[in-house]
Design a protein around this ligand. Sequence first.
Ligand code: ATP
Ligand code: MG
Length: 366
Amino acid sequence: PSKSPRSYTITLLPGDGIGPEVISVAKDVLLLAGSLEGIKYDFRERLIGGAALDATGVPLPDETLSAAKESDAVLLGAVGGYKWDNNEKHLKPETALLGLRKELQVFANLRPASVFPQLVDASTLKREVAEGVDLMVVRELTGGIYFGKPRGFDTNENGEEIGFNTEIYAAHEIDRIAHAAFKIARKRSGKLCSVDKANVLEASMLWRKRVTAIAQEYPDVELSHMYVDNASMQLIRNPKQFDTIVTNNIFGDILSDEASMITGSIGMLPSASLGASGPGLFEPIHGSAPDIAGQDKANPFATVLSAAMLLKYGLEEEKAAQRIENAVLDTLNRGFRTGDIYSTGTKLVGCKQLGEEIMKSVESNV
Ligand code: ATP
Ligand code: MG
């Protein structure tokens, strides 16, 4: 839907809690980095989550959904908070996220986990192990055991209660996530590790077969396979051996949370969810942090880095993305920190001021 190749419509969904604070910073940074690369934006801000529930009675209004679908990319803050915790299940702010992902048909969830040299002490791992970690988990998001049928509760032949689920992957579902992962690995260091349980599960056997076949189309990417139990151990033992990891929905859910703990800084971690065509969804992995909302204490880096992913993976604007990534490193190098990543000897600032410092770094582009 772009008016011209260098002009993009971006839907902004600030949401709840610290969402509006971090989105405001990310919007300014996107604008500046874009303008330095000749990019124009048409920003459309819409309601989602608790904010939408209060204003319209539903967490994901049709109007928000249609705006998102018609844009080139969607940047989301966070949804939820204490205020809506006792709501009926289908009206919970969090259901807006599931609805949005489903409607945008984003089947590839990208979760980078990078240990910034300036923040290595925040890692849960020893310095020698954590230093230099820079990996990406590509999780299949719309298939597998979370959606497979039959599922439900029943009683077995002994009259005992049972709960059951089904892991199903069709070849085309594996193929499309594999293609996405190979392309991402190619943009990174050219190493892809596919994680499965092909020694036990048929869905994993098919997974391994398809991924191996598709590798023929990417001779420049070095493919390896690992069983998920080993991968979860290797992530803690020696995370530096990984660059890009591709895996199914449930293994990716677990491994991406494990990987994020390696960095130890939830306020620094972005994510992207991509489909075959159509807009991608970009958001920080942290929640709405109601405990610090409205106090100018939020760390905007995760959302700013999500904006960089929006440029890189959503719009193929790699130069502008690189400007933002450089600016984040430069701002850290100049010592500016919000409370969650503060350590003695660094400069404690609020969300707004950190935003201004990031802008200065974008401008000077070191
Ligand atoms: P979710 O909403 O994903 O279920 P949650 O509500 O348990 O997760 P968060 O909202 O991410 O978790 O907050 C967890 C903790 O991390 C809180 O103490 C919060 O203040 C802190 N936190 C989260 N994001 C940030 C941020 N961007 N800056 C500073 N602190 C943050
Ligand atoms: Mg939350």
